[in-house]
Design a protein around this ligand. Structure first.
Ligand code: HEC
Ligand code: HEC
Ligand code: HEC
Ligand code: HEC
Ligand code: HEC
Length: 397
């Protein structure tokens, strides 16, 4: 059996903060230069210079090792893998960063199955607050846009409350043209500093937005007469019920509305999404985008890992999300083609698969759902062994 305390302390690596890949690489490259080699001896001046640089780097590294605690000092194996009889190789070798750090945090889980879609919409750009139905709170949420492709999984637990307090203002109002149907509708674009509900009333004809809040939106004003000039009052109200001063706006009802908003607003490059809770305890989805997007929102079984509340110290080393550590990290050492068995990962549970025993990560099955990445009491580092493992979810197998 392994005994961590007796291992060479250099194996109990300190984890360099961000960009650890480059840092640990630095140790290796200059060392190679120290070894006698013909070309190195010829370039003596350069070599001395490099040695000085190397000494500086080495002393920096030592300083880190002496003053910073190692991962294992704060997370002893007895706590991280309490029931292990055998440990997974990279864990016992102290290669915590192989799974927890290193790689740039660009990974996005692609949930491929098991999503229950319940809402969709589009955004011209700017910010929107979408008020969600209370039903969605039993799920973790999947937010997805096609162009640009983006998928975010949002936990509905521990949602922060709304904090913005800047009073809203109307930035700009444009008349876009007329749309002819059973009646004639004027299209007006209103931009506000923060997401608002907007109403426009024009000499008897009125239009307004629905229950969601946008910072950039087209208002339809039905029943206008072609050729008439309209004097309108535009009013906007933000999420806290704070109103903008009314703004006057005049337009002459002529010219066709061409639905060429994509020219006005090209497809988005950047989209961010968050959840917050309103003062009325409603769950609200905040979407911010620098261009036009279509989005949809779905639900997946809630991740039981997310329920653990973590109180990491503020200076804790940078960690990759566990959803990365529990799939992508594994593939960095274990090649897909080498598995004898492979179970689908990045799938959410089917609705009838109740499972409270095995951890999901942001709602989906990962390698670490079945394997304990640190070590376990069972063969193959499994969390459960035998048919019981499969039956946790597949009641029929
Ligand atoms: C100074 C002590 C300290 C050091 C050093 C430290 N941690 Fe932590 N870490 C904590 C505490 C405290 C928590 C929060 C409580 C918990 O989950 O145990 C935490 C939480 C975590 C979590 C929980 C998951 C998460 O993202 O919230 C992971 C994983 C983790 N640490 C890994 C590491 C690794 C890997 C290292 C070394 C690179 C490390 N820690 C170094 C104290 C430390
Ligand atoms: C093979 C990949 C891998 C390696 C290597 C690894 N971890 Fe983890 N670690 C994970 C995954 C995946 C999770 C989340 C699963 C879990 O909690 O069981 C996790 C969870 C944790 C947690 C939170 C667990 C909890 O119960 O709160 C800590 C702390 C942690 N790791 C510390 C370490 C330390 C310290 C090392 C190095 C000695 C290390 N890990 C090495 C993949 C790894
Ligand atoms: C840094 C490289 C590395 C990473 C990352 C890594 N592994 Fe491993 N894993 C190994 C090595 C080395 C072995 C031992 C291989 C052997 O003995 O043939 C191993 C063995 C295993 C085994 C077989 C254990 C046994 O008892 O036979 C399983 C299962 C496994 N890894 C799962 C995972 C999972 C799941 C992840 C991601 C959470 C992961 N590994 C990430 C290096 C890695
Ligand atoms: C649904 C549960 C489950 C999931 C998810 C799962 N495994 Fe396994 N894995 C097993 C079982 C069971 C075995 C033992 C197979 C056997 O008895 O031959 C195993 C064996 C292994 C082995 C050692 C034997 C081999 O086939 O090489 C490795 C390595 C491994 N898994 C890695 C992974 C990685 C990496 C992932 C994520 C991509 C993953 N597993 C996801 C259940 C799972
Ligand atoms: C954590 C829950 C969970 C566990 C444990 C689990 N499965 Fe699954 N399994 C699923 C889900 C979810 C799917 C995907 C269902 C779908 O297609 O939507 C699935 C799909 C499958 C499939 C269909 C594969 C495919 O390509 O569509 C097979 C076969 C399977 N599982 C076998 C197993 C076996 C064998 C075990 C035990 C080693 C096991 N499962 C353990 C949840 C689980």
């Amino acid at each position: 059996m392994w005994d961590l305390e007796k291992k060479n302390p250099s194996q109990l690596l300190t984890f360099p903060p961000k960009g650890s890949k480059e840092k640990s690489g630095l140790g290796a490259v200059p060392l190679a230069l120290l070894l006698p080699s013909k070309s190195n001896f010829k370039l003596l001046g350069l070599k001395k210079f490099l040695i000085i640089i190397l000494c500086a780097i080495v002393s920096l590294c030592f300083a880190q090792n002496i003053f910073a605690k190692t991962c294992q000092e704060c997370h002893p194996p007895s706590k991280v893998a309490p029931n292990a009889r055998k440990w997974h190789a990279p864990f016992i070798e102290g290669k915590c960063e192989a799974c927890h750090g290193g790689a740039a945090n660009t990974f996005q889980t692609d949930v491929i199955k098991g999503i229950k879609w319940f809402q969709s919409g589009s955004l011209l750009g700017g910010k929107a607050y979408i008020v969600l139905s209370p039903k969605v709170e039993q799920f973790d949420l999947v937010f997805r846009t096609q162009n640009p492709w983006k998928q975010e999984i949002l936990s509905t637990l521990e949602v922060p409350s709304f904090s913005e307090i800047t009073p809203p203002e109307i930035v700009k109002v444009w008349f876009l043209g007329l749309e002819k149907g059973p009646w004639i509708e004027a299209k007006v674009l209103v931009q506000t500093t923060t997401p608002c509900k907007v109403s426009v009333s024009c000499d008897g004809a009125t239009g307004s937005t629905e229950e969601n809040y946008y910072s950039y939106q087209v208002i339809s004003i039905p029943h206008v007469e072609e050729g008439n000039t309209y004097n309108c009052v535009v009013e906007a109200e933000d999420f806290n019920g704070v109103q903008t001063p009314p703004q006057n706006f005049t337009f002459t009802a002529q010219g066709a509305f061409e639905n060429n908003l994509s020219k006005l607003n090209p497809p988005a490059q950047n989209v961010t999404v968050k959840l917050f809770r309103s003062n009325l305890d409603e769950l609200v989805l905040e979407i911010a985008s620098d261009g036009k997007i279509s989005w949809k929102l779905g639900g997946i079984a809630r991740s039981n890992i997310a329920k653990k509340s973590s109180s990491k110290p503020a200076d804790h080393p940078h960690m990759n999300p566990l959803s990365w550590s529990s799939i992508d990290a594994c593939y960095s050492c274990h090649k897909r083609s080498m598995f004898t068995v492979s179970h689908p990962v990045n799938v959410a549970l089917r609705p009838f698969m109740a499972n409270d025993e095995l951890p999901l990560f942001r709602g989906v099955i990962t390698c670490a759902t079945c394997h304990n990445p640190h070590g376990s009491a069972y063969p193959y580092d499994l969390r459960k062994y035998g048919p019981g493992l499969c039956k946790t979810c597949h009641k029929d197998k």
